[in-house]
Design a protein around this ligand. Structure first.
Ligand SMILES: [Zn+2]
Ligand SMILES: [Zn+2]
Ligand SMILES: [Zn+2]
Ligand SMILES: [Zn+2]
Length: 166
């Protein structure tokens, strides 16, 4: 007899536990409020949903996704300085939390720093000469041409090479 009463009471309590919130929810005049459930990241959309803001009510309504964030780039830092032989490299990274995206860009080579060494070949009246320049930073040489001098005639002859004037 007692067992049956206990069972009955348990059943009533159980039903009440199920039915009371349903009844409560049914009579709640919901007050909708958007809540962000998941913040968007650079890779994944976020999510927001309308929740009833009234106490004890867990009803939800519409949900919308929030667009992914654009990367938020740091300033470039130089990874490798350029030289006259090699391009340099600079890098930047996304500063948004959880994002590991990086971007690198080449830094153009710098010009050789040529310095005059010597006149390698003297020019003659008819043949161009050559100068020698060397880069102070690398083994690169440059040999710019010195134009031929042209004959310097005087009294029907070249004063430099003796070539008779035609
Ligand atoms: Zn509600
Ligand atoms: Zn990012
Ligand atoms: Zn150089
Ligand atoms: Zn000459």
């Amino acid at each position: 007899m007692k067992k049956r009463i206990i069972a009955l009471v348990t059943l009533v309590l159980l039903l009440a536990a199920i039915l009371i919130p349903v009844a409560y929810a049914a009579k709640c005049s919901h007050s909708w409020e958007w809540k962000t459930e998941r913040e968007p990241t650079c890779y994944k959309t976020g999510l927001r949903r309308e929740h009833c803001s009234k106490q004890g009510c867990t009803a939800t309504r519409l949900s919308r996704s929030i667009a992914t964030k654009p990367h938020n780039w740091s300033d470039y830092t130089t990874e490798r300085e350029p030289t006259c032989q090699l391009q340099g490299l600079k890098k930047r990274h996304c500063t948004n939390p959880g994002c590991i995206q990086t971007e690198s860009q080449a830094i153009p080579r710098v010009q050789h720093n040529f310095q005059f060494v010597q006149i390698k070949t003297q020019p003659t009246c008819t043949k161009p000469g050559k100068m020698e320049y060397k880069c102070t930073w690398c083994p690169m040489h440059d040999y710019p041409e010195i134009p031929a001098l042209q004959h310097n005639y005087s009294n029907g002859k070249c004063t430099r090479c003796g070539e008779p004037q035609k």
